[in-house]
Design a protein around this ligand. Sequence first.
Ligand code: HAM
Length: 451
Amino acid sequence: MDYRVPRGTQDILPPASGRWQRAEGVARELLERFGYSEIRTPVFEMKELFLRTVGEETDIVQKEMYTFSDRKGRQFALRPEGTAPVIRSYVENSLWKDHPLLKLFYMGPMFRYDRPQRGRYRQFHQIGAEAVGSLNPAVDAEVISMVAMILRAAGIERVTVKLNSLGEAESRERYTRALQSYFGAVRSRLCGDCDKRLERNPLRVLDCKVPACRELAADIPPMEDYLSTKSGEHYEQVQARLKRLGVKFEKDKHLVRGLDYYTRTTFEFHHGELGASVALGGGGRYDRLVREIGGPDTPAIGFSLGTERVLLAAERDRRDAAGDAPCDRSMIYLAWIGEKAGEAAFLLANALRRAVRVELELESRSIKAQFRQAGKLGAGYVIVLGERELAEGRVQLKDMTTGEQRDFSLSALADFITKEMVGYRNDKSPHGRIDRNLGGQLDEALASLQF
Ligand code: HAM
């Protein structure tokens, strides 16, 4: 029997899982600052949802979906992306009623039957967001600059932003005809798939990976020449706002993206080390999608980043914002000497965990071995509890960064922890919420300890 992890999937083990948490943490923090709230949707949906939205001609639908039917014969798909599920939920729950502009973000696994390689997996993760309800080009620029900010905060420096506009329905129709006549002249040199795409969805030819098709696509007329006045102005305004925000970008006439729902603005984020076909993330406007799924006519825009790729790029750029923390100043290693002190330490650890992370010695090793273990775990402080401390109701606390050692009564220890250690954490973190009235709680817990 071979019980290995399925091809194209991976276990995320510590300490890498810590890097995941930090990358997702900075993204969450920034998304919230921009007014986005989290939405969680199921990991599977009706298969039809993706056929209708991502598009029947796309690689995702044609080759990459994990589909299955349940016991009643209903057809489902593991979600290959997050936008269609979010919009499905937006329509199902009539979310427009309370929010003229609704900003939602999500993080979680997506599934595509892709050929696995570095940065390409069958189960991968996205950090994404959707702003539903506005056609204002300011929102496009805000979304793009927000993604740039998230990448910088995750420790990535060398990012290229690619930008294009696909126009609204009318402009796209004109461009589609232009592409049909351009590729029609060289039709015999297109691959079999593109030959079919040319009739049904010529924009998909620009997305084809076959070298002959890519070569033919190199000289296509730019979409920009076919934009209506309204779409052209929209595109201009997005660019002007990005410039004012100081976000550098390159225009790319081939940027059609691998999903059919896009209208007007499309964009992608790239990193030199990952290669041109492996984008860090991408997104764009999809002004018709809400209507197509049965909601009111509502413009929208969004993006998704591939979390695995963000972490790969951060590692390359060697900034330690998303790297391993050297020493955790909100963590205590509780060392002890002697059986009675061990019993007391067990209770003390439990009390202190109301406020901070505590690692407790369990093996009654030598004090030297215990300090070594504390160093290995990266504890910011070590508390030592021995027979003498026990008798006096006091503890020794060593600051592992400065080497300074101090003697505390239990109530002074409670005071030190609430003022000095907990302060290292963000008040808005989930821990911060547990820690409300921490001083009182800790005092009470320590006072009830009978050494
Ligand atoms: P997408 O370009 O298909 O767009 O995927 C977004 C990102 O997901 C990619 O840039 C990449 O980082 C990551 N990704 C995609 N496939 C894989 C894979 N097989 N392995 C690892 N990472 C992968 C979307 O999914 C749209 N929903 C984005 C969007 C949101 N547009 C509007 N709103």
